[in-house]
Write a protein that binds this ligand. Structure first.
Ligand code: Z98
Length: 731
């Protein structure tokens, strides 16, 4: 399967011959850092290979359209609930620089003791099934080819079916997974004994499959009431999972500690979170670090969430971080939409690229109060661990509610999570392994009578599914209604008919978001904003952010709603505007030619602000490319403009009218072209008109070479001039 940048991803192509599809590679892949990398006009310090296809950051046009890629892996999490919609989003985020794509599972999959098959739809994520992940891996294999960088696919190996999930992931080429028995126990109330026994098996399989493991410690700061106080415990949770993983046979470099900066402004974030992050890295030297963005405190608009994300990323940049996880700037508002995933990824890449070479500029101080605080945190963590040992071990500590207590250890608030060793899902399901136990599989934890000398326990049976994929049983669909084929009928029909609807996460979901400011107190303003949204024809309204500007003067709201509309793309009339030339190209052509331009506002128009925008270097006007501009001022006559053009041997005349009535602007344009023709200089001059009421079409009808309306920039005008003058030169 091959993707073409101008073609949509064809889900039918993904589903074709899926039963026979095998992943092209297995195991986790890091980016290869490049220092002293020439990208665009700069030599950059902290980069990796450029992408083959990408969408550069918005300001890139000012820097030769450069699109440097940072050195750390960038994650995004996708959770539309329909894998076929997730795939399109994966392609979008890959073009924006994500190479770790985490697929969230449907609510409650942790509680299912076995594998699910087919392609059912999920809530808040997909049911992770063989078909869904095989299709996803196949699509990602094509996407990584398109962008020219390996993409790590990731999901979860926690829950009651952990070992089965681990086998599935290795078989199907999933590259990263969360696995932490403490997650099962604390957050899913799965029995402790069962969780650790399963974890041993699952971790062994992940280790053999070179899958990168993330732990679940970050869930404590997402759950605790006073999240910033659980930092000593986070060390302990990381330690338990890491030590257990190592004992099972996992390499340090495949164990990623999942960390989240615990606070957000107005808390003193940098002081608290950076201290914690440094202390953590000192204790866990040699492990890898996944820095997740903090979404816990995100309440309102994307601006607010983005600021916290930028500060989080700065902390990642100041400490060794291997994976920068972005959720979405909107996760806190529970609206992870296509474009918010892209925005999250861009927040990370924009920040990392902006901080390129930071190590040459800054080092963290080796002494001072923050160092004492880092040490203090480590001591609290060690004391926490000692207390657990003294109290009878991990199970006893959980039973005593010592985890996710919001007291700053050794303080305890008594609000921790309590789980009892003989309770929870699957209590009493662990039985001792018989002395003659055998499993003819090559990836397995513990005693196994099949273990042969060369370590291949599956040899006696001619290979297990990890060694011989033809032994994998592929089940296609088991539900005749809830499957991708049924769901695809509408999208495919819409595609064939050229129908388009607004969308944020699922095909044609119709969801749109409007921003409304209402000048009254917050309660009245909100009620009025909802009524206004109804007037726009939106249904299923939900206020997703509210922000008081002033208790009496007004509030601003973001309102999500559904706009039931279908546009037929074949009925649209499109005028594709010509893209402006790059700044460098314009200047390289203009400057050596010493081209004179004459310009003025004409008639009785004293408004020169528009003309200044186009001419002045201060506003990014055409002067900056080397045009020699003669601004004759305001209310200038056409005769004077032509006289000046002759005097300076100008190549172009620019006239501007902002205030006009009764078609005066049209008369000026007509008169300019008429007089230029009479004086036999029309062919020597490019005549351009600009102004609020001017359009290109109108200007050409009035005899101009081009017209420029609202929103025109100097670059637009300069591009037009260069293109036109170049053609004249050729002639
Ligand atoms: C993240 N989405 O970390 P179910 N195992 C571990 C987890 O941390 C999680 C799950 C399983 C965020 C935070 N983490 C959420 C260690 C979830 C999820 O199927 O939801 O129970 O498993 O990327």
């Amino acid at each position: 399967m091959k993707l073409s940048p101008d073609q949509k991803l064809d889900i039918r192509e993904v589903l074709k011959d899926l039963a026979l599809y095998r992943p092209r590679r297995k195991g986790w892949i890091w980016r290869q850092p490049i220092t002293d990398h020439q990208v665009g006009p700069f030599i950059l310090k902290d980069t990796s290979k450029n992408l083959k296809n990408s969408v550069p950051l918005p300001a890139a046009h000012a820097f030769e359209n450069m699109d440097p890629q940072c050195a750390v892996v960038v994650t995004t999490e996708i959770a539309s609930g329909r894998f076929e919609d997730d795939l399109r989003r994966m392609r979008m985020v890959a073009w924006h620089g994500a190479d770790h794509i985490m697929v969230i599972r449907t609510t409650g999959q942790s509680h299912i003791d076995g594998l699910i098959e087919g392609t059912p739809e999920g809530v808040g994520g997909i049911p992770v099934t063989r078909k869904q992940i095989r299709a996803t891996r196949k699509a990602l294999d094509a996407i990584e080819e398109e962008v020219g960088r390996p993409i790590n696919f990731h999901s979860y190996v926690s829950g009651r079916a952990g070992p089965e999930m681990a086998v599935l992931f290795v078989e199907e080429g999933v590259n990263g997974a969360h696995q932490d028995p403490q997650y099962n126990i604390l957050y899913r109330d799965i029995n402790m004994h069962r969780s650790f026994v399963d974890a041993a098996e699952a971790k062994r399989i992940l280790a053999d499959g070179a899958i990168l493991q993330l732990d679940g410690a970050h869930n404590a700061n997402a759950t605790a009431k006073e999240a910033w106080k659980v930092t000593p415990e986070l060390f302990v949770q990381h330690a338990i999972n890491s030590a257990f993983s190592r004992a099972v046979g996992m390499k340090k470099s495949y164990i990623a500690l999942s960390t989240v900066p615990p606070t957000a402004p107005p808390a003193p974030k940098m002081r608290l979170d950076l201290t914690y992050a440094v202390a953590l890295r000192e204790i866990f030297e040699g492990y890898t670090f996944r820095a997740q963005q903090n979404t816990r405190y995100m309440e309102t608009d994307t601006m607010e969430t983005t600021v916290t994300h930028v500060l989080d990323t700065l902390i990642s940049r100041l400490t060794p971080t291997n994976i920068q996880s972005t959720i979405t700037p909107d996760e806190g508002r529970n609206i992870p939409w296509h474009y918010n995933n892209v925005a999250g990824v861009n927040t990370a890449r924009q920040t990392f690229m902006g901080l390129d070479g930071l190590d040459d500029l800054l080092t963290l101080r080796e002494e001072g109060k923050w160092r004492e605080e880092a040490r203090n945190l480590k001591e609290r963590a060690v004391l926490f661990l000692e207390e657990i040992l003294k109290g009878g071990g991990y199970y006893a500590a959980v039973a005593a509610g010592q985890f996710v207590d919001s007291g700053f250890f050794p303080e305890r608030k008594g609000d921790g999570i309590v789980r009892l060793p003989d309770k929870g899902d699957d209590a009493d399901t662990v039985i001792p392994r018989a002395s003659d136990y055998g499993a003819p599989v090559c990836s397995h934890f513990g005693d196994n009578i099949y273990t042969s000398e060369n370590g291949k326990a599956c040899e006696a049976y001619g290979g297990c599914t990890l060694c011989d994929p033809s032994k994998i049983r592929y089940i296609d669909e088991i539900d005749s209604e809830d499957n991708v084929e049924t769901r695809l009928s509408k999208p495919l029909a819409d595609l064939a008919a050229g129908k388009l609807s607004p969308e944020v996460e699922k095909h044609a979901d119709g969801v749109v978001c409007v921003t409304i400011f209402v000048p009254d107190n917050p309660e009245i303003a909100e009620a009025a904003a909802i009524e206004m949204a109804k007037h726009m024809g939106l249904t299923h309204l939900e206020v997703i952010s509210r922000r008081v500007m002033h208790p009496a003067e007004g509030s601003v709201f973001e309102i999500k709603g559904v706009l039931q509309v279908e546009i037929n793309k074949h009925e649209l009339s499109l005028t594709v505007p010509e893209q402006p030339l790059a700044d460098k190209e314009i200047e390289a052509w203009v400057r050596p030619r010493r081209l004179h331009i004459v310009a003025a506002t004409v008639g009785e128009d004293e408004h020169s602000v528009g003309l200044h925008e186009i001419l002045d270097i201060k506003h990014g006007g055409i002067e900056k490319y080397g045009f020699l501009c003669h601004d004759l001022g305001t209310s200038v006559t056409i005769e004077r403009l032509l006289d000046a053009a002759m005097e300076y041997q100008a190549c172009a005349i620019l006239i501007s009218t902002i205030v006009t009535h009764a078609h005066v602007h049209e008369q000026h344009m007509e008169r300019l072209q008429k007089l230029a023709t009479q004086r036999r200089v029309r062919d020597r001059l490019v005549l351009l008109a600009g102004g609020t009421q001017v359009t290109d079409e109108l200007a050409r009808t009035c005899g101009m070479d081009g017209g420029f309306g609202r929103g025109t920039t100097g670059r637009d005008v300069a591009s037009f001039l260069v293109r036109t003058l170049r053609q004249k030169e050729v002639k």
